[in-house]
Design a protein around this ligand. Structure first.
Ligand SMILES: Nc1ncnc2c1ncn2[C@@H]1O[C@H](COP(=O)(O)OP(=O)(O)OP(=O)(O)O)[C@@H](O)[C@H]1O
Length: 683
C-alpha cells in the first residue's frame, strides 16, 4: 500500500480541523466522513449500501439531523456558486468532495476540493488538497468571503492531538458481514476481538472497518477502511504503530505494512507484531536522515521509540513490491540495520512472489507464513557480507564456469607458468626507455585477440594513431607496413592485407585520445574506458605511460598518496568491469646503471606501483652483442599476486624487428594459433 493514498485522505481530515478553528460558527469536530465509491467484490452490487449495522448504530443516526435547505443555505450556496464551486449535490453538516474550480484537479482531474457546510447552512469552508493548488477559504451566508492559495503544508501546520474514546467515535462491534469478510482472509473472530477491531457506520449508512490504535489499552487513534481498500485516519490523533501493546518488552518483533498483515501474523502464532500506520513510500529517500523532530513521515516510529529500543531482533516483513522494499529500507535506516532481518515472500508461481503476510496466510496457511518468518535473513548492510553471499560465485569458480579462472595464456608457452592474464586484474609494466614495453604489450594484445577474441581500449599517449596502427598491423598481418630498411627485404603488406587489417583494427580496438594539448586525467580515461566496456565489450585497457597523464594534485597531497589514489581507481574499474588493465610506468633515472633490468621499486613516483598492482612485469632487452643476441627480450615477472595465474620468474622471447612479433626462443614454444598469413609468409 502506498502512503500517498492514505496521506491525501488523512490530510482532508486534518485539514478540516485546521479550517474549523478559523471559523467560529463551525462545529468543533466533524460529525462524519463521506466517501462515495464503495464497492465490494464478493458482495452484491448494492452490497455496501445494504450492509446493516449490528443494532448499535441507530443511536448515531438519530443524532445526525438532516437540516432543511432554508434561506440561509440558499444564500450560502449562491455565494459558493459565484466562486464556481458546484454545490448541487452538497449537503450541510458533511464534507463534500468536489472539483476544485482553481486547479480542476490537475492532470488526474481528481475531486480534490473538500467543502464543509455547517448544519445550519450558515457557513462553509473549503480546502483543495492538491499540494500544488492548496486553495482554501471560508464564507458565511451573511458575511464576507476569505480565501487564499497556500500549500497543504501551511494548511496543516498547526496540529493538536485529540483525546478520543470508542464512544466519541461511535465505534461498534463488527457485524457478521464484516466478520465474514475477515474470515475469507483467514482472520478469525478471536483475533479480531483481541485486537479490538471494530466498525463504524458513516452518516450515509455505510459500514467501514475501524482498526483501533492503542497504547496501554487506551484508544490513541483509529484508522478506517472501506472494503475497497480506501483508508483514512481519525484527525489530529497521535501516530503510533498498530498493535503497539503486543511488542511491549519483546526482544523479537515483526513489523508489517498493514493492519491485515498484523492480524495475519497473529493467525500464524506471532503476536509480537506491529503494523506501520501509513503504508509505504514510493521510493527510498536519497537524502540524509532528518532529525527526529523533522522526520514527519516516520513520526510514528519516534513516538514508539521506547518500545523499539528494547528489541534486539526486528523482522521487517513489509510487502514484496518496490514501495514495500523502500519502507523496509527506511525503517532499517532508522532502527539500525545490524538488528534488522528481512523476509522473502515465497513464489506464487514461476515468475511472481506472494505480496504480503495476509496473502501467504490465505494461500499457504498459518504454517506457510510461520516458515517465512522463521527463514528471515539478516538485513543486508551495504559493504558487509558473509561468504554465503558468494557461494554461487565460488561454486562457479570451482567448477571453472566463470571462464579464464587460470587467466588467458599470453600465447608464449615460456610464460605459461609465470604470467596469465586474469580479467579484472592490474598489471604494471616497467622497463628502461626503449626496452620494448609498448611493443610487447601490442604483441600480447594480438595474441589475446587471436586466442580469446578479446577487444581492447588503448590510451597510448606517446604513439600517433597511424604509428600505432602500423605496429599492430605488422604484428597481425605478419609483414612490414613499408618496404624499408627495417623490413629486411620482406615484401610489404599488400593493399588487400591493409584492408583486412583495417577491418581487424576497427573491430577490435577503441582509442582514447586527448584531442587538445591537455593531458588526460585518469578519471576521464576510466570514464571512457567504461563506455568502451559497455558499448564495445572490451576486455583490456592499456594506459601507456603513467607520466603522460594529468598529474595535478592538491597541494597537501604527496605524490605517493596521489599514486595510491589513482591506482585504487584503476583497480576498482578493472574489478568492477572484469577488464584487465596494463599500466606502463617508467623507472626513475637510474644512476650508475650497468645495463641490467630495473627493479619494480625503481618505478618513479611511489612504491605503491608494486604494492598495489596484481602483477608487475619488467621488460628488458639485451643491448650488448657480447652478452647474447640483441633481439632477445627478457620478460621479468616480478610480482604475481594470484598464484593460480602464475609465479615470479623470467622468460625469454625473440623480437622480430621486421614485423614486431615476439616468439619463444624455441619458436615451437609459441602457442598462438597460426594466422592465415603465416603460411603465405613461409612460402
Ligand atoms: N628486443 C628488441 N630488439 C631490438 N629492438 C627493439 C626490441 N624491442 C623493442 N625494440 C625497438 O625499440 C623501440 C622502442 O620500443 P618500445 O616503444 O616498445 O619501447 P618502450 O620500452 O615502450 O619505450 P619508452 O619507454 O621510451 O616508451 C622500437 O623501435 C622497437 O622496434
Amino acid at each position: 500500500m502506498l502512503t500517498e493514498e492514505l496521506v491525501v485522505e488523512e490530510a482532508i481530515v486534518t485539514g478540516k480541523t485546521v479550517e474549523l478553528r478559523d471559523v467560529s460558527s463551525l462545529p468543533a469536530k466533524p460529525t462524519s466522513l463521506h466517501f462515495t465509491d464503495f464497492s465490494l467484490k464478493h458482495i452484491p452490487k448494492n452490497g455496501p449500501f445494504s450492509l446493516k449495522t449490528n443494532g448499535y448504530s441507530h443511536v448515531f443516526h438519530t443524532n445526525v439531523p438532516r437540516p432543511p435547505e432554508d434561506m440561509q443555505l440558499k444564500i450560502l450556496k449562491h455565494k459558493l456558486e459565484e466562486l464556481r464551486i458546484d454545490t448541487k449535490t452538497c449537503m450541510p453538516g458533511q464534507y463534500n468532495h468536489l472539483m476544485c474550480p482553481k486547479c480542476e484537479g490537475g492532470d488526474t482531474a481528481k475531486r480534490s476540493l473538500s467543502l464543509f457546510i455547517t448544519q445550519d447552512g450558515g457557513a462553509a469552508l473549503w480546502t483543495c488538497f492538491r499540494a500544488k493548488c492548496g486553495w482554501q477559504g471560508s464564507t458565511k451566508a451573511f458575511a464576507g468571503t476569505s480565501s487564499s492559495c497556500g500549500t497543504l503544508k501551511q494548511a496543516s501546520k498547526v496540529k493538536k492531538i485529540r483525546q478520543i474514546t470508542e464512544a466519541d467515535l461511535q465505534l461498534e462491534p463488527l457485524c457478521d458481514k464484516l466478520l465474514g469478510y475477515f474470515a475469507e482472509r483467514m482472520i478469525s473472530k478471536e483475533t479480531l476481538q483481541r485486537n479490538c477491531v471494530m466498525q463504524k457506520c458513516t452518516f450515509d449508512d455505510q459500514i467501514v472497518i475501524a482498526f483501533t490504535y492503542r497504547r496501554h489499552g487506551q484508544l490513541v487513534s483509529c484508522k478506517y477502511r472501506e472494503i475497497k481498500k480506501k483508508f483514512w485516519q481519525e484527525a489530529d490523533t497521535e501516530k503510533i504503530f498498530y498493535g503497539l501493546d503486543d511488542i511491549e518488552g519483546e526482544a523479537d518483533i515483526i513489523i508489517v505494512e498493514g493492519e491485515m498483515d498484523k492480524l495475519a501474523m497473529e493467525e500464524a502464532g506471532f503476536r509480537n507484531c506491529v503494523s506501520v500506520p501509513d503504508g509505504a513510500p514510493a521510493t527510498v529517500s536519497s537524502k540524509e536522515l532528518p532529525p527526529e523532530e523533522k522526520d514527519t513521515k516516520y513520526q510514528y516510529l519516534w513516538n514508539c521509540k521506547e518500545y523499539l529500543d528494547k528489541a534486539s531482533r526486528i523482522i521487517l516483513a513489509t510487502d514484496g513490491d518496490l514501495p514495500g522494499q523502500a519502507l523496509a529500507e527506511e525503517l532499517a535506516r532508522r532502527l539500525g540495520k545490524e538488528r534488522c532481518w528481512r523476509v522473502t515472500w515465497p513464489m506464487r508461481n514461476k515468475s511472481d512472489r506472494f505480496k504480503d503476510a495476509n496473502e501467504v496466510l490465505i494461500y499457504l496457511g498459518a504454517d506457510g507464513l510461520k516458515e517465512v518468518i522463521e527463514n528471515a535473513e539478516l538485513y543486508p548492510i551495504r559493504g558487509l557480507f558473509k561468504f554465503r553471499d558468494y557461494f554461487d560465485e565460488i561454486d562457479a569458480y570451482y567448477h571453472r564456469r566463470l571462464g579464464y579462472e587460470f587467466g588467458v595464456s599470453t600465447g608464449w608457452s615460456d610464460l605459461n607458468e609465470l604470467y596469465n592474464v586474469v580479467p579484472g586484474e592490474l598489471t604494471i609494466i616497467t622497463g628502461v626507455p626503449n626496452s620494448g614495453k609498448s611493443e610487447w604489450i601490442d604483441a600480447l594484445m594480438c595474441n589475446l585477440n587471436q586466442i580469446a577474441g578479446w577487444k581492447f581500449v588503448l590510451c597510448s599517449m606517446e604513439n600517433s594513431v597511424r604509428d600505432h596502427a602500423r605496429k599492430l598491423l605488422e604484428k597481425y598481418i605478419k609483414k612490414p607496413f613499408f618496404d624499408a630498411r627495417y623490413g629486411e627485404f620482406v615484401k610489404r603488406m599488400s593493399v588487400a592485407d591493409l584492408e583486412k587489417g583495417k577491418r581487424w583494427l576497427a573491430d577490435n580496438f577503441c582509442l582514447i585520445r586527448c584531442e587538445d594539448d591537455a593531458l588526460p586525467h585518469v578519471d576521464w580515461v576510466l570514464d571512457l574506458a567504461k563506455s568502451a566496456v559497455l558499448r564495445h565489450g572490451v576486455r583490456g585497457l592499456v594506459i601507456d605511460p603513467y607520466n603522460e597523464l594529468d598529474h595535478q594534485r592538491s597541494p597537501n597531497q604527496t605524490e605517493t598518496e596521489y599514486v595510491s589514489q589513482i591506482l585504487t581507481k584503476i583497480k576498482r574499474f578493472a574489478q568492477h568491469h572484469g577488464c584487465h588493465v596494463w599500466f606502463v610506468a617508467h623507472p626513475r633515472q637510474l644512476h650508475n646503471w650497468i645495463g641490467g633490468p630495473p627493479n619494480l621499486y625503481d618505478i618513479s613516483g611511489s612504491a605503491h606501483f608494486i604494492n598495489k598492482c596484481d602483477n608487475g612485469i619488467v621488460i628488458h632487452r639485451n643491448r650488448n652483442p657480447n652478452a647474447g643476441p640483441i633481439d632477445r627480450v627478457q620478460v621479468c615477472v616480478r610480482k604475481v599476486r594470484n598464484k593460480v595465474a602464475g609465479t615470479v620468474g623470467d622468460a625469454f622471447l625473440m623480437y622480430d624487428r621486421t614485423t614486431g612479433e615476439f616468439t619463444g626462443v624455441d619458436k615451437s614454444s609459441t602457442n598462438v594459433p597460426e594466422h592465415p598469413h603465416e603460411s603465405i609468409r613461409k612460402k
